[in-house]
Write a protein that binds this ligand. Structure first.
Ligand SMILES: [Zn+2]
Length: 171
């Protein structure tokens, strides 16, 4: 029994991924219903079951929105390794606090950007206005979207049925 199963919340929101044995336990324990079946069959000595591909929980699980953890690497990824002041892309970027920390700037998604060494040096401990440089765009917290959470599983054809529930459309 290999393969993975997409678990939807009661409101059809994608929650997580589990393995087949766990999915069967949830379904046979009336904790979840099968929404989509896989192509494979799972055989026991006495019977055969179609394997689920997508299941939906019977009860709504409340949980906070998944968030992308703030880190240097994630800020670079959000900005595509592009300096947010001059637009140059590179692998030797630095992290810049738009409002410097000693001026009350916070260590948050909204105040952190990718900057090349030249721009970071030019800006120094000043505000962008004072250094006469401008941000290309306003920094925001990135969405922890379904693609980053479930995207890797979609490379497996067996999980094709998931697309409908991840709102990604057919490939
Ligand atoms: Zn730059």
């Amino acid at each position: 029994m290999d393969g993975v199963v997409l678990v939807l919340n009661q409101n059809y929101e994608p929650l997580n991924v589990c393995n087949l044995p766990r999915a069967f336990r949830l379904v046979f324990g009336d904790k979840a219903e099968v929404v989509e079946y896989d192509h494979q069959e799972v055989r026991t000595p006495s019977s055969a079951y179609r394997a689920p591909s997508v299941i939906r929980l019977q009860h709504l699980i409340r949980r906070p929105r998944p968030r992308v953890r703030l880190s240097r690497r994630e800020v670079f990824a959000r900005d595509g390794h592009v300096c947010q002041y001059c637009g140059r892309q590179g692998n030797d970027m630095t992290l810049d606090h738009v409002i410097p920390r000693h001026r009350g700037g916070t260590h948050t998604w909204e105040n952190l950007v990718t900057a090349c060494k030249t721009c970071n040096h030019r800006k120094g401990g000043r505000l962008p206005d004072e250094a006469r440089i401008r941000l290309l765009r306003t920094p925001v917290e990135p969405r922890s979207d379904v693609y980053s959470l479930f995207g890797t599983y979609l490379r497996d054809d067996r999980n094709e049925a998931w697309r409908t529930y991840l709102f990604l459309g057919r490939s």
